[in-house]
Design a binder for this molecule. Sequence first.
Ligand SMILES: [Zn+2]
Length: 119
Amino acid sequence: MSNRRWVLVFALLALLCLGVMRLQRPGGAVGVWQEGELICTLDPASVREPYTLTLSTRSGESRIHVGPDGVYMESAGCRSQLCVRHGPLRSGGTPIVCLPERIVIAFTQQREDVDAVSG
Ligand SMILES: [Zn+2]
């Protein structure tokens, strides 16, 4: 194959990858589950002024930051603080899970995938 053909092949492959990535990108909506119940759906992309969502939990309260910079657990009543250390929720990343408080923060699309897999 000539060099020019290779360039064409790579360009096509790159385009294909971009298309697949766009299709696989989870929807912008973020869901918050507590005790297995979806308690609210957020759309961080449309948030201009960041705000804090406060949930009352077993050991106090958990504060979730919602803003254009993302969604993350600001503070939590749990001992492990793993959910706080997780940092912002990213598309393609792992959901924010607080096991002791039974809180899950995930892209709604992602969560549907998880549900589909677990049956
Ligand atoms: Zn936690």
